[in-house]
Design a protein around this ligand. Structure first.
Ligand code: OFO
Length: 172
């Protein structure tokens, strides 16, 4: 059975994952309307993954005898200065998500809820991957700078990455 403070923290995480999904959906839409097809496919895929992260928490809370709360969400930003600005926003958001996950782990340890602590390890591993990926993308965008040809090719790379991410998710 979940205690109240853990349930509250997990429901807050549900909201954060849901807001990640909406934020990346907004980024996907912006990319699509700015001719960045690869980036938009990548971000639509990323948005779906965040929804899955949210669902996994919803089910865990309910299975442990708690009540998952489905949150209302505020509108995410709709405009970005460019792809680099967009991925910097994504990185900053992911760092906040990682902090929040670490806080839940701390709480689990202080409340001696080792089941939830064990469950949250999946999110720890996922954050490691997501942060590394965002960092790689920002490094590449820094290298490309204002080179339009480089950006065009990188957008195609993001398209390939989106397909690979989808295949990896489907195989899970
Ligand atoms: Fe759910 O990993 Fe990103 O936010």
């Amino acid at each position: 059975m979940l205690n109240n403070s853990i349930q509250k923290a997990l429901n807050k995480q549900v909201e954060l994952e849901a807001s990640s999904s909406q934020f990346y959906l907004s980024m996907a839409s912006w990319s699509e309307t700015n001719g960045l097809t690869g980036a938009s496919n990548f971000l639509y895929q990323h948005s779906d993954e965040e929804r899955f992260h949210m669902l996994k928490l919803v089910k865990f809370i309910n299975e442990r005898g708690g009540t998952a709360l489905i949150p209302a969400l505020s509108q995410p930003p709709v405009n970005f200065k460019g792809l680099k600005d967009l991925f910097e926003n994504l990185m900053e958001h992911e760092l906040n998500v990682t902090d929040s996950i670490n806080n839940i782990i701390d709480l689990c340890l202080s409340e001696k809820d080792y089941t939830t602590q064990n469950f949250m390890q999946w999110y720890v591993a996922e954050q490691l991957e997501e942060e590394a990926l965002a960092r790689t993308i920002i490094d590449k965008l820094n290298m490309i700078g204002n080179d339009k040809g480089g950006l065009y090719l990188f957008d195609r790379d993001l398209d390939t990455m989106a397909t690979e991410m989808k295949q990896a998710e489907d195989a899970k």
